[in-house]
Design a protein around this ligand. Structure first.
Ligand code: KIV
Length: 271
């Protein structure tokens, strides 16, 4: 029997030392396939700003766009937990605005939780959103919405001062009540310390094998993102190559008159 992944599953998985598998999804069809394949958590990531919209970073994405994609993903998923990124500037201006935007995302998309990038600077907003009965997942390390502050997409927490700061922020996020923390592009040794320190699960992306779960951008792991891939991406299939070959076949058969055949055509005869 299929098992629904709920908010309680995060803690249960950590206690049982069972890993959590998370992938991004941005549309109904992909969400349905990933759900049928047994994925635990579908993240409607603001990475859609890059892999769907073609922007250089995630900053242009709006709350309305997140809701649009989250609604489609939710319809495709029966068992997966639906997590939605709060986009840049949707939780920074004021706590009130943060709660309103998180509320809109959950109310309009029927998703299960929101994810928020950052530590101390957004702690008040995170606490207020949790107080409004909306589960929150934290996100530390390389937080892509801060790309201009970092000066690029760079590994974070490499020196001991930076690393300690990330550990401290993780502890405060846990105290604030987040149900899990995504750790992006941090040394595996640091991710291991955080994972061992917290009672909530860590979900790694470029954070090594000791996290309680892993997440990847679906386009990257399927080879749909072109030739460049960050070091932490493993390509589990080259769907990009398959897609090009299928489309090449389609074009050839149209030109050669091999498609469509009678099998794909309607007739006026009553048969
Ligand atoms: O937006 C996203 O896809 C993410 C993952 C990279 C964790 O936040």
């Amino acid at each position: 029997m299929d098992q629904k992944f709920t908010i309680n599953s995060f803690g249960q998985r950590k206690a049982a030392r069972r890993k959590i598998a998370m992938l991004t999804a941005y549309d109904y069809s992909t969400a349905r396939l990933l759900d049928e394949a047994g994925i635990d958590v579908l993240l409607v990531g603001d990475s859609l700003g890059m892999v769907v919209q073609g922007n250089e970073n995630t900053l242009p994405v709006t709350v309305d766009e997140m809701i649009y994609h989250a609604k489609a993903v939710k319809k495709g998923a029966k068992n997966a937990f639906i997590l939605v990124d709060m986009p840049f500037l949707s939780y920074h201006v004021s706590v009130e605005e943060a709660v309103r935007n998180a509320g809109r995302i959950i109310k309009e998309s029927d998703a299960n939780a929101v994810k928020i990038e950052g530590g101390d600077k957004v702690l008040e907003a995170i606490s207020a959103i949790i107080a409004a009965q909306i589960p929150v997942v934290g996100h530390l390390g390389l937080t892509p919405q801060s790309v201009h502050v970092f000066g690029g997409f760079k590994v974070q927490g490499k020196n001991s001062g930076q690393a300690q700061k990330i550990v401290d922020q993780a502890k405060r996020l846990e105290q604030a009540g987040v149900c899990a923390i995504v750790l992006e592009c941090v040394p595996w040794e640091l991710a291991r310390v955080i994972t061992d320190t917290l009672t909530i699960p860590t979900i790694g992306i470029g954070a090594g094998r000791y996290c309680d779960g892993q997440v990847l951008v679906i386009n990257d792991m399927l080879g749909l993102s072109g030739d460049f891939a960050p070091k932490f991406v493993k390509r589990f299939a080259d769907v990009g190559k398959m897609l090009k070959s299928a489309v090449g076949g389609y074009i050839r058969e149209i030109n050669d008159g091999d498609f469509p055949t009678e099998q794909h055509s309607f007739t006026s005869k009553n048969d």
